[in-house]
Design a protein around this ligand. Structure first.
Ligand code: B4P
Length: 192
């Protein structure tokens, strides 16, 4: 089974993907994590995307599609892919459809985690405060200024994907305001 987790920053995509990895032997493909890893290891691409990410803007389609292609081609034996934070634009959605078709695979569900802006801001700024309180550093894009840009990018570039997957009959909406366990329960009911 291959699924997409859709939703604004802080909706809980990464959180729920992790639960599915633990419970169903699925593979999490988080473009956010891949980009952060590229930055940390100081690759040319990582250095190129750092400022874009810190400001809260989307990295180019070409880069993220390339990252996903590499992961899909790596193959492996598992319970399916969880696309976490990908696709984020219509061009990425089309590219994913073509890649899956090339591999003879299908996308089973696009699950939209629905959370209002007020809660998103609370969660993201809460995560930043927790990291600092623990003696570490907050993610460079977990601040009020970048978050505004991330939310704008979501509504402008990513939210059209809700209609895109709805038209294909693949969209499932989940109330993302509940506890992490409650959200996981709703997702489990969809996956069966
Ligand atoms: P991502 O890493 O995808 O980050 P995100 O959307 O901000 O987070 P997510 O929704 O996964 O939230 P999480 O579970 O962590 O992207 C970062 C950046 O990378 C983007 O801005 C962009 O620059 C770049 N990028 C990534 N993919 C791209 C693409 N495809 N194209 C172009 N650019 C791309 O949860 C957040 C917080 O909420 C956590 O503290 C968590 O504990 C808490 N939380 C989660 N669920 C909760 C619940 N039910 N109740 C209470 N708290 C909850």
């Amino acid at each position: 089974m291959n699924i997409i987790l859709l939703g604004p920053p802080g909706a809980g995509k990464g959180t729920q993907a992790q639960k599915l990895v633990e419970g169903r032997n699925m593979v999490q493909l988080s473009t956010g994590d891949m980009l952060r890893a590229a930055r940390t290891s100081g690759t040319e691409m990582g250095n190129k995307v750092a400022a874009v990410m810190d400001a809260g803007n989307l990295v180019t389609d070409e880069i993220v599609i390339g990252l996903i292609r590499e992961q899909l081609e790596a193959g492996g034996d598992h319970g399916g892919f969880i696309f976490d934070g990908f696709p984020r634009t219509l061009a990425q959605a089309d590219a994913l459809g073509s890649l899956m078709e090339e591999m003879g695979q299908t996308l089973d569900h696009a699950i939209e985690l629905q959370v209002n802006d007020e809660i998103l801001v609370e969660r993201i700024l809460g995560r930043a405060a927790e990291a600092i309180a623990a003696g570490g550093t907050a993610r460079a894009d977990d601040n009020e200024e970048s978050l505004k840009t991330r939310l704008m990018a979501y509504y402008k570039q990513t939210s059209p994907l809700i209609g895109y997957y709805h038209a294909k009959g693949d969209l499932k909406g989940v109330d993302g305001l509940g506890s992490m366990e409650a959200v996981a329960g709703e997702i489990a009911a969809i996956l069966g």
